[in-house]
Write a protein that binds this ligand. Structure first.
Ligand code: PEP
Ligand code: MN
Length: 360
């Protein structure tokens, strides 16, 4: 990070900035004095708040040179991260499918949907106990104890690892005791720092949804925050949780004909910017089963490491998001998506640069 002092700024003002950076963030600086003064902060400046520096007398501008989401950034970690979920690999060369019912509604519905998901070829099963919904009046899942019992039964019946959304911090221990293999942070919680901080203290893999009002940098900062294990004061509170899987699901935009607007360009862009595994969610973005299949193929062609989608044994009776859940089509979708993934395996994530190489 570079701080540009205004013309006419005094040496005392420059020293005050340097002292402030040392006092507040424990970071050291180097100064270049020519017509004006430039201060360079040494070390990782993710924790430095530009706004506070701009308040200091004599500061003209503050320029961030490296991205704030250091731990999630490919600039600091060139290789794709591959995360092991109970033997299932996510990221790198792998294509991984997360799927199952949007929510657990009853034992029968959950087991029937889980068996359908398994026979379709799902790798990691959705076993959603707690739900965050468009309206809090909508169905939000069974009582915690009963929901987790059924989640366990789904895992036992299929032998698949499970993913489940954590909404309430106080439920984390119960989720882990029940053997949930992946904790999902939903779009509505994507920037809820206490939840992110708690998840940075455990090793269980996390699926971090993209908040539908967040830009890419905010999303990757949330991921980096889980990974870095630093608290709000910038102090290290643990080793951080490196097992973060991203999941894109579209944003709110003026178009309401689809549920959310999914920008396909975000997929290769996030792959370029981050080394983390990247999934996408065709169900919650498109919001309609009639669109889900093609959108899923699009995400894979764009470079996603897999997708997460809703599969229900009887969508027309579903209490939660039945309109976007697929049934018998799930098997075909997964099979074709694997074909697309294999066909494009040799294509890099930056076509601009490969064209340049080819043209040489
Ligand atoms: C979900 O995956 O069930 C879900 C609610 O998705 P999102 O958090 O993206 O809305
Ligand atoms: Mn849903």
């Amino acid at each position: 990070m570079i701080i540009h002092m205004a013309e006419g700024a005094t040496p005392e003002q420059t020293q005050r900035v340097i002292d402030r950076i040392s006092r507040d963030y424990g970071l050291r600086c180097e100064t270049i004095v020519s017509e004006t003064t430039v201060i360079g902060i040494k070390g990782i400046a993710s924790i430095v708040d530009e706004g506070r520096l701009l308040e200091l007398p004599g500061v003209e501008s503050v320029l961030r040179i490296t991205e704030k989401f250091k731990d999630a950034s490919r600039a600091f970690h060139h290789e794709d991260t591959v995360i092991d979920v109970a033997g299932v690999k996510v990221g790198g060369e792998n294509m991984t499918v997360f799927g199952g019912p949007c929510a657990i509604e009853s034992e029968q519905q959950a087991i029937d949907s889980a068996m359908l998901a398994k026979s379709a070829g799902v790798d990691i099963l959705r076993a959603f106990v707690d739900k965050s919904r468009t309206s809090p009046y909508d169905y939000r899942g069974l009582e915690l104890g009963r929901g987790l019992e059924i989640a366990k039964a789904m895992k036992e019946a299929t032998g698949l690892p499970t993913v489940s959304e954590l909404i309430d911090l106080r439920h984390l221990d119960a989720f882990l005791e029940a053997g949930i293999d992946v904790i999902q942070v939903g779009a509505r919680s994507a920037q809820y720092s206490p939840l992110l901080e708690e998840l940075s203290r455990v090793d269980v893999p996390i699926v971090l949804k993209h908040g539908f009002g967040n830009d890419m940098s905010e999303w990757l900062c949330a991921a980096a925050y889980v990974m870095s294990g630093i608290d709000r004061e910038g102090r290290s509170v643990g080793h951080g949780n490196r097992n973060v899987i991203l999941c894109y699901r579209g944003i709110k935009a003026f178009e309401t004909a689809t549920r959310f607007a999914a920008d396909i360009g975000m997929i290769p862009l996030v792959r370029q910017k981050s080394h983390l595994p990247l999934l996408a969610d065709p169900s919650h973005s498109a919001g309609d089963r009639k669109l889900v299949e093609r959108v899923a193929y699009g995400f894979i062609a764009a470079g996603a490491h897999g997708f997460e989608f809703d599969i229900h044994s009887n969508p027309s009776e579903a209490l939660c998001d039945g309109k976007q859940a697929v049934n018998y089509e799930a098997e075909r979708i997964i099979r074709n998506a694997r074909g697309i993934h294999a066909m494009l395996a040799g294509v890099g994530i930056e076509s601009g640069s490969s064209v340049a190489v080819a043209a040489k």
